[in-house]
Write a protein that binds this ligand. Sequence first.
Ligand code: C2E
Ligand code: MG
Ligand code: MG
Ligand code: MG
Length: 292
Amino acid sequence: SVKAAGKGDYDFFRPELYARLRARFELEQALMQALEQNQFVLHYQPRVDTLSGEMASMEALVRWIHPERGLVSPAEFIPIAENTGLILRLGDMVMEKACAQIAAWKAMQLPELPVSINVSAKQFHAGKLHQKLSDCLRKYNVRADLLEVEITESSMMGEDNAIMEELAAIRALGIKLLVDDFGTGYSSLSQLQRLDMDILKIDRVFTNELDKSAEGKIFFKAIVSMAHALDMTVVAEGVESNAQLALLRELNCDEIQGYFISRPVPAEQIPALMQKLLLLPDDLSSDATLLT
Ligand code: C2E
Ligand code: MG
Ligand code: MG
Ligand code: MG
């Protein structure tokens, strides 16, 4: 019987734990169904030049439009997708949607700006990521320099050959490589340089510290100057205030991203955002709006 199996096993059947396992199982099932029923959309958040405020790129961030729950955050379902292998199908879908969107904006004659996609370590380990990216670019007739790949610092820790080779192959295609959430892992800057990373995105916990402590500012300043010495562009994520922006200008941070500029928005709102952040002539943007 269950009780005879000992205390540990008995604990396993505590109702709260059972409820949690069940909720998680249901979420997995729902995720699988969501992939089949195409319940995902990408939102886009601009990255802008720190000095001019001009839009430099956009980050594609996946959202799940759940039939009952509405918009579900990736923070909730990406970890589950990663643990179940669903991340591979989800990752393919994100890549596909981003390339299709870049092509659609081009067809609308909007200024061509790069889009970055977030890629999980599992996608690197599955192999042939560069092949998938290259096939996807070709399928939608999108130039490689319009796509950027974000990989978190923590997922490229250590001297993992599989990841290093994939990164080199992706970069050889002409796709820019971006280190995401920098400062939360333990990789060294020299390792990042060896991997030929183009852009360093500093995690928002550090942006948050900027105007709170002297150490926060010192840390940021050191990262910016080292990254520049290694020929990397530096981005601050999570910029929420004008005070932070002022400090980032002072510290020579190249680009910023955050609610202070814009939240991530649906693709339909990008033409208007571009007009605001690129000062497009009115006729071009109204043409574009007609097409959405
Ligand atoms: P991330 O790649 O670091 O993306 C930045 C996150 O910070 C986004 O959250 C964005 O909405 C949020 N953010 C941007 N500016 C601000 C700000 O000023 N203040 C605050 N508090 N937050 C800000 P989101 O969209 O919820 O995504 C969370 C994470 O989920 C992402 O972090 C990324 O790791 C993951 N993710 C999102 N889309 C994908 C995807 O397509 N594939 C994979 N593998 N992961 C994804
Ligand atoms: Mg990211
Ligand atoms: Mg990030
Ligand atoms: Mg982050």
